[in-house]
Design a protein around this ligand. Structure first.
Ligand code: F6R
Length: 264
């Protein structure tokens, strides 16, 4: 994994948005995998700015979101569809037909629905660049500890830790979803490039385990060590428990010297 250290959240967001914007400039039909969550808000803010100030064009970009709560309508303020509309979709010129988010209102044949979502990704040509956050328990998407590294899109039961982490977003006394539809680890490993973002001290333990720990289904982000082109962009607080920071700094310096634009 290539580890990019940034001093704060602003810089991390700008760097991630720069990589996404370059991928759009190189291929206007790029297929992006998107994540929700507080970590991603700065990236979307910066992409919206690039659209406004530098005419970054999303008209042919295709998007697939990682996950959605089950049993929640797209209009619900905590639905991931709502999050994406509020922070990104309503501010750029993405075509509605090019936007894909798992449907949290389905019932019945979940397996068929999830296989259909995978098939849509395949028929679009696969995901070129996948944005990820990381949970405090090391999850990516809603692939909770013990998820198979070969898993594809499916229904997952959310862990207590995840429910607790997300409770703050729901109203007092409001029922929290316990289930979600999520791309699998196998789906994520099949993407062409992954950008994992982590900010803040609360993520430091998960980040160190994911990047420097052993491969384990107990920390599903560690599966990214198997990805041929995974980049972790981490701010100082989230990097606090990494042991090889000097090495990552050397790599960043040498990469810039020998392969300028490697990250573009
Ligand atoms: C969101 C997602 C989750 C989050 C993770 C971090 O689509 O799949 O894995 O990326 O829970 O969430 P935040 O950024 O809110 O700390």
């Amino acid at each position: 994994m290539l580890v990019v250290l940034k001093s704060n959240y602003e810089e991390l967001s700008r760097e991630a948005a720069r990589i996404v914007a370059n991928s759009i400039r190189q291929n206007p039909e790029v297929r992006l995998g998107l994540a929700t969550g507080s970590t991603t808000i700065g990236v979307y803010r910066e992409l919206v700015r690039l659209h406004r100030d530098e005419a970054l064009n999303f008209s042919r970009v295709v998007t697939f979101n990682l996950d959605e709560y089950l049993g929640i309508s797209p209009e619900h303020p905590q639905s991931f569809r709502h999050f994406m509309t509020e922070h990104f979709f309503s501010h750029v010129n993405l075509q509605p037909r090019n936007i894909h988010i798992p449907d949290g209102t389905i019932s019945g044949d979940y397996e068929k629905y999830c296989a259909g979502y995978e098939a849509e990704i395949q028929s679009a040509g696969g995901i070129d660049l996948q944005i990820l956050g990381i949970g405090r328990n090391g999850h990516i998407g809603f692939n909770e500890p013990t998820s198979s590294f070969a898993s594809k899109t499916r229904l997952k039961v959310l862990s207590k830790a995840t429910v607790e982490d997300n409770r703050k977003f729901f109203g007092a006394g409001e029922k929290m979803p316990r289930l979600a539809i999520t791309m699998g680890i196998g789906t994520i490993l099949s993407t062409r490039r992954v950008l994992m973002l982590a900010t803040g001290a609360a993520k430091a333990g998960a980040v160190a385990k994911a990047i420097e720990g052993p491969l384990t289904a107990s920390v599903t982000a560690s599966a990214l060590q198997l990805h041929p082109d995974a980049i972790a962009i981490v701010d100082e607080e989230a990097a606090a428990e990494l042991k090889q920071k000097d090495y990552y700094r050397d790599v960043m310096e040498m990469t810039a010297l020998f392969t300028p634009g490697k990250l573009s």
